[in-house]
Design a protein around this ligand. Sequence first.
Ligand SMILES: [Zn+2]
Length: 111
Amino acid sequence: MPHITTCSRCPRAVQDEIPDDWEVIEDEDGQPHEVCPDCVTPAERQAFDEDAMDMVVEMTNPKEEWLTFIAERQGLQLGKSPQPDPAAVDYGTYGISHVQTNGLVAGDRTG
Ligand SMILES: [Zn+2]
């Protein structure tokens, strides 16, 4: 007995594996609904694409490492603010300083 998946918005149905161009969209209750390509709205399609882009960016270009790399090439150093208080304005911020002079070039103090 083959497994049949039906589009939640039209009578279209597929057997067994759901094709790649179908999307699984969660409703307000978090219940997944299979939706065929004809029924996926452009906004929904774009949301999925953006999710995929975010994942690629996270995997291939960790921001902190990249900034450190760029800074070092210019004789600068990227440092994190030593501020331990989450309520402070410079908490979790970064600063760029000259390695030789230890002078702050941009951002907040780096300790
Ligand atoms: Zn459909």
